[in-house]
Design a protein around this ligand. Structure first.
Ligand code: BGC
Length: 725
């Protein structure tokens, strides 16, 4: 046994030294390349040559870099120099569920599968950088881009994004974690100046980026549009130069968001490596090459030439760009990729199945038995609306998208499935069902008539991917459902008591009809297999196991960002102050004792679980220790299912304000009916520290802490007292 261990250690250390030697060899080759490049060639590598590529050096055989959105699939090809689609016929992809749905699975292994699959598609399409994942924190339910992110908790976002990144990068395709940082709203995104405490920055908004760098080894990072403390984030001295490249030792490439560079000298000196998407005074259609006017193009070259900027500055950028190339398009061993195959659609379906959340289920209203002969009325525009189109840069051209209606019709063949639109969001380019000759009243009346004669109503509504819904470049106007859905639901519920509501959205919504709904399902944007996955859950073929990655407030003001004046949200047009500070999401609800409509971590199942036992080996710890906690859980119901055990920490005595609880670990456990399992957790005591502004560092204070063990942030079942010295 000892010998085997020794052999393993030797093999491991041989492997580590081999990797070091390889890295050293690559760095030497990079030195040699840099020596051969002219100053002009080096500068050229630091900015775009088209909407989604940056130039190589033809003379030396250095390839171009090709990028693509991200993050839910590989976007259709865009024209060289305009935002129009290029019209290729071979660029349809698998649309994977939105990242909010992925976060809801609480299943990191599935995030890895997702990353591998989407990375394979990127590789097949000859992309070197996939622009994702998005890990901006869910601060307000109005943010138009929440659907592209991983929710309100920094730990959850970290744990779910790292395997996605690693999965993508196994293909020799760089992930590009975005948008660094504080792009937490779309309104005024290009200029709003965010101000917040250092503590909130480090405890809430930075951790997922830090994990992407330190644990995910991400090869590129995208800057954000907004400002922080008066400086644009894409070339921010503190954020990029000090924290990202300094403290975290990021050795990859910083890419701008498209058009987020604003100053040559700042961009050059504060660590921006590749500038993309800058609008050049209308020169994008000019006689001369507009890209030469980018901040990191001619103006940069001039400043180096006249000695204002040292040549070592561009050398560092080129070194990073070449390093990324050695990891991607100059790695001769990288795999070839795969596109839109059965395996990828299966991954998309699995993520969708596990991401769907059962919010409410009165008297086991769901699942609906597919054998029963009955009339099911499917009402709502989202039952038939394509949700892979729209939303901004994450829009996809997919091989197929199964609508909820199609999924339901194909699964419930014994039922009489009837459909009424009920409401229309108004003609938009994205509608695939445009009612002709119908107005709001007649749509509503038709739906009520259909509901009256049905045994069950499945209302499939929510938001959509149009401007000021779940869409880039605008925020929602309020928390309520749009297009008269609340009124319509009230009318439907007045004529039929058996109504289940399926919400297709990437955001929390208000639910004035909540108490009258028999069941509520949060179904996100689920991509290509949306309708199938939804039918899997509605029919009981799949037992729901998703958990909310963010809180649903009863009303907007119950959310921390909206509990203050306009300066907190959306800002005064120039500045914005995050007044809720570290109390984002459930941290706010818990600490201020404001009950949410649905809490972070909540999600029901068709079976029931019981946490029987939870115990730690010892109760006294010191810095650097790992707590060994074991939890025993049983599936006490009649069907197989999965539950997420969530471990929160409560600091009982602290010199600073602390949230009532903070997520520090979780594990999704699959259990057959009647089965019990013991689940072991290793929790790093250091993770209990807070960011101490006086020391500008993390501070783990001695004292009493509690481990709160539960199955939702508002369902704590066991509490264990521990002591940290
Ligand atoms: C978005 C990015 C995206 C880029 C390229 C920007 O508008 O903010 O997320 O990757 O466009 O499409």
């Amino acid at each position: 046994m000892k010998q085997l261990f020794l052999v393993l250690v030797l093999m491991l250390s041989a492997n580590v030294s081999f990797i070091f030697a390889q890295e050293e060899a690559v760095e030497k080759q990079i030195d040699q390349i840099i020596d051969q490049l002219s100053l002009e060639e080096k500068v050229k590598m630091c900015h775009a040559q088209s909407k989604f590529s940056s130039p190589g050096v033809e003379r030396l055989g250095i390839p171009e870099i090709w990028m693509s959105d991200g993050p839910h699939g590989v976007r259709a090809e865009i024209e060289w120099d305009s935002w129009s689609y290029a019209g290729w016929t071979n660029d349809s992809c698998t649309a994977f569920p939105a990242l909010t749905a992925l976060a809801s699975t609480f299943n990191p292994a599935l995030a890895h599968k997702y990353g591998v699959a989407v990375g394979e598609e990127a590789r097949y399409r000859k992309k070197d950088i996939l622009l994702g994942p998005g890990v901006n924190i869910y601060r307000t339910p109005l943010n138009g881009r929440n659907f592209e992110y991983m929710g309100e908790d920094p730990y959850l976002a970290s744990i779910m994004s790292v395997p996605y990144i690693q999965g993508v990068q196994t293909n020799g395709v760089a992930a590009c974690v975005k948008h660094y940082v504080l792009n937490n709203q779309e309104i005024w995104r290009s200029h709003i100046n965010v101000q917040l405490s250092d503590r909130a920055l480090h405890e809430i908004y930075l951790p997922a980026f830090k994990a992407a760098v330190e644990e995910g080894d991400v090869w590129s990072v995208m800057g954000a549009y907004n400002k922080y403390n008066g400086q644009h984030t894409s070339h921010h001295e503190v954020l990029i130069k000090q924290i990202l490249k300094g403290d975290w030792g990021f050795d990859g490439v910083v890419v701008t968001d498209w058009g987020s560079a604003h100053d040559t000298k700042e961009a050059a000196l504060n660590g921006l490596d590749i500038e993309m998407g800058t609008g050049t005074d209308g020169l994008t259609t000019s006689k001369e090459n507009a890209y030469d006017y980018y901040y990191l193009a001619k103006p940069f070259l001039e400043m180096i030439k006249n000695g204002e900027i040292d040549e070592s500055v561009v050398d560092d950028k080129v070194r990073r760009i070449l390093r990324l190339m050695y990891r991607t398009n100059m790695d001769k061993t990288r795999p070839f990729g795969k596109k839109a195959n059965a395996e990828h659609f299966q991954v998309a379906r699995e993520v969708a199945q596990e991401g769907i959340i059962l919010l409410k289920n009165s008297k086991s209203f769901l699942p609906i038995n597919p054998e029963t002969k009955q009339t099911i009325a499917v009402i709502g525009e989202n039952a038939t609306r394509m949700m892979t189109v729209g939303g901004g840069s994450s829009e996809l051209k997919t091989v197929h998208e199964i609508s909820p209606l199609q999924g339901i019709e194909e699964r419930f063949t014994n039922a009489n499935v009837v459909h009424a639109m009920g409401y229309a969001s108004g003609p938009s380019v994205y509608d695939n069902v445009i009612p002709s000759g119908l107005d709001a009243d007649s749509l509503q009346q038709a739906a009520v008539d259909v509901a009256k004669n049905a045994d069950i109503v499945l209302f499939v509504g929510g938001l959509n991917k149009s401007h000021e819904q779940d869409c880039e470049n605008g925020d929602r106007k309020g928390l309520n459902l749009p297009f008269g859905q609340d009124e319509l639901l009230a009318d439907i519920m007045a004529v039929n008591k058996n109504v289940a509501v399926v919400l297709v959205s990437g955001n929390a919504v208000a639910m004035p009809w909540q108490s009258k709904a028999k069941a509520i399902v949060q179904a996100w944007y689920l991509g290509s297999e949306a309708g199938y996955a939804l039918a899997d859950v509605l029919s009981g073929d799949v037992n729901p196991s998703g958990k909310l990655p963010f809180s649903f407030p009863v009303k907007l003001e119950d959310n921390g960002a909206h509990a203050f004046d306009e300066l907190s949200y959306p800002g005064d047009g120039t500045d914005q102050v995050y007044k809720e500070d570290i109390l984002v999401g459930y941290r706010w609800h818990d600490t201020k004792n404001i009950k949410p409509l649905y809490a972070f971590g909540h999600g029901l199942s068709y079976t029931s679980f019981k946490v029987n036992n939870a115990a730690v080996a010892i109760t006294n710890y010191k810095k650097g220790d790992s707590i060994q906690l074991s939890v025993e859980i049983t599936n006490t119901g009649k069907v197989d299912g999965a539950e997420v055990i969530q471990i929160y920490v409560h600091d009982k005595e602290s010199s600073v304000m602390r949230p009532i609880k903070e997520l520090k670990s979780f594990e999704k456990v699959g259990l057959n009916a009647g089965q019990s399992k013991k689940v072991d957790f290793n929790i790093d005591v250091n993770a209990f520290a807070f960011y101490d502004e006086t020391q500008r560092d993390w501070n783990l204070e001695s004292g009493a802490y509690q481990l709160l063990i539960g199955t939702a942030s508002d369902k704590i079942i066991k509490t264990i007292n521990i002591q940290v010295e």
